[in-house]
Each structure stands twice: as C-alpha cells, then as structure tokens.
Design a protein around this ligand. Structure first.
Ligand code: PEP
Ligand code: MN
Length: 337
C-alpha cells in the first residue's frame, strides 16, 4: 500500500501517522521527491483502514499495490533512481556505456581494450574474471588474477570496473569492484542476492535466461530489501523458440521496466544477439526504447577471444557504433557520461 502525502502536510502530522503505522507492525519506505512525498507500507496491510487514512489531514491519497516488489516499484518512488559510479551517472537522463571484453585474458589485452573503449566514449570497463560457462571444459576465466588485471586497467585509465560474481564466498575479493555484476544464470540465486544487498557497491542484475519481468524485479527486491538500493537492471536477451540469434532481445522490456520501476535499465545487445554485426542495430534500438545505458563486448582480436568472440566488436566497430549513438542520445535528451 502507498500513501501519498499532501504537499502541505505538517511534519508533526506525518510523524504521528508514521508512529501509528509502525505501531501496527508495518515498516515504512519513505520517498521524498521534489513534487511528491510518498510512504510505502511494507508488511501485512490487510488490517489497514483506507478510509481512516483518507480522513487524515496529511494524506492526499492511498493506493493498494498488488506487486510483491515494493522498494523497486515506481509507485513508491516516482522519480528515477540515479546510480553514481565514480562520477559516471546512470538513470534519470544520464546514459552510461559499459564496454570491454567478455573475459579478461591478459594485462596487455585488458589495458589496450580499456584505452580504446574509453577513447570512443565508454565510461565503464567490463571484463569477466569468473566466467559462467556452459561447459566445464571451456575457459573458466582468470579468476582472482583477472580481478587484479581489472584493477590495473582501472589504474591505467581511471575507468570504474564492472565484473561478475558467481558465489557468496567471493564477496570479500569483490569489495573494491565498482559495479558487481550478477549474471543471467544467477538471477535467482537468492542467497547471493541477499548477501549483495548488505554491500554498498552498485549491483548490475542481468535478466535470467527465461525470467519474467516480475521475477526479475523480485530479484532486484531481494538486493534492495537488505539495504542496497543501487541496483541497475540489464536486459540481455531471453530464450525463445527462435534459433537464428543466441537469444531474443526483449526490447519491449525496456519501456515496461521504465513504467514499473525507478531503477536504471541497461541493454546488453552482445549476449542478446550472439552476432557482432547485429550489436549496433540492437544498441540503437535500445537507445530509442529508452534505455539508460549499454553493455557491449569489445575485443582486440575477436577471432582469438577465449570466450564470446563471435559477438565481440573490434575497437574500430565499437568506435563506429559510438559515433552513431552519440547524436541519437542527444536526440532523446540523454547525456553520455
Ligand atoms: C557476461 O556478461 O559475460 C555474461 C556471462 O552475461 P550473461 O550472464 O548475460 O550471460
Ligand atoms: Mn560474454
């Protein structure tokens, strides 16, 4: 349930209302924007008397919310969340591009790709150190050493780093990671989500391979309910009956998410398509659909990449994409940072 407070509501009336609600066992999510002040009630609201609330001088309106996600719900928090990653903002009109290789492979590779993508306008560097691979015989990532190389690339370029975590035991190793990525395969690893919710690091939550938008938002809620509200959603394609692409980019998820949640939405056209030539048109579609950012795989030598070479752009192709993206962003009133 949400309570919309009057613009003219007095502080003492709000405090008395909050006290009464908390006294009946409810928790309150307080959201104060420039135009609206909303109290989101968390807990069993079945015994709350809506008419009594409407009679309260401080209350403008009361709405029952049926969605299970409260903290991620735009009804509770009408204004866009802006996540700030070392000065790179994402959400609320700020657009961020995260680019880099699927996997960190060597110091030279990660630093040269980082320099190239930065030069083309990417704000954040991606690179997998711990890789979730379908086959146990495939390259599993450089693991702790890969994290070390990402740190070196951050030092060399000043770019914040985005990298995937696969289990709770690795959390201490990720303490200085600027954005911790939860991959599609772990979207419903609830124990991992709860532990990440206790951190301050922003979390990039990828959509599960066959997850509905509702399930995805409930996973975001797991992180947020533990206190970490810096969640960025990443649409990366879903499983459908279509086999010509690796996945099907659910472009309609972007406007749907923007309506349902205040969290920033990033699109990863690389994993959606699985084909490098399709990355640019899908990236442009994501911008047009209202995304707040892009995550794109870029490799210095895609033909010899240790993972996902077929979908990786060369630095030159990434540069060409960015040259198209920048005017499109300004057309849609977004600022690249
Ligand atoms: C990745 O970003 O490298 C990755 C493994 O993505 P996903 O979890 O979307 O498959
Ligand atoms: Mn990949």
């Amino acid at each position: 349930m949400i309570i919309i407070l009057k613009q003219t509501a007095k502080q003492e009336d709000i405090a008395a209302l909050r006290g009464a609600l908390e006294g009946s066992g409810l928790s309150i999510h307080d959201s104060k924007g420039t135009e609206t002040h909303i109290l989101g009630l968390i807990g069993d609201t079945s015994c709350v008397d809506v008419n009594a609330l409407l009679a309260n001088d401080a209350v403008e309106d009361v709405k029952r919310v049926s969605e299970g996600y409260k903290k991620a719900n735009r009804k509770f928090h009408p204004e866009d969340t802006v996540v700030n990653i070392g000065g790179h903002k994402i959400g609320g009109g700020h657009f961020a591009v995260i680019a880099g290789p699927c996997s960190v492979e060597s110091e030279e590779q990660i630093i040269s790709v980082a320099r190239d993508v930065k030069e083309s306008g990417a704000g954040l560097l991606r690179g997998g150190a711990f890789k979730p691979r379908t086959s146990p015989y495939a390259f599993q990532g450089m693991r702790a050493e890969g994290l070390e190389l990402l740190r070196k690339a951050r030092e060399a370029t000043g770019m914040p780093i985005v990298t995937e975590i696969m289990n709770t035991e690795h959390i201490p190793m990720f303490s200085d990671v600027d954005v911790i990525q939860v991959g599609a395969r772990n979207m419903q690893n609830f124990e991992l989500l709860k532990e990440l919710g206790k951190l301050k690091n922003p979390i990039l939550l990828k959509r599960g391979l066959s997850a509905t938008i509702e399930e995805w938002l409930m996973s975001a809620e797991y992180i947020m309910s533990e206190g970490n509200e810096n969640v960025i959603l990443c649409e990366r394609g879903i499983r459908t009956f279509e086999t010509s692409m690796r996945n099907t980019l659910d472009i309609s998820a972007v406007p749907m998410l923007k309506a349902k949640t205040h969290l920033p939405v990033v699109v990863d056209p690389s994993h959606a398509a699985g084909l490098s030539w399709m990355v640019e048109p899908l990236a442009m579609a994501a911008i047009a659909a209202g995304a707040d950012g892009l995550m794109i795989e870029v490799h210095n030598d895609p033909a010899h990449a240790k993972s996902d070479g077929a979908q990786s752009l060369t630095p030159a192709a990434f540069d060409a994409l960015m040259k198209k993206a920048v005017p499109a962003l300004s057309f849609f009133g977004k600022t690249l940072n």
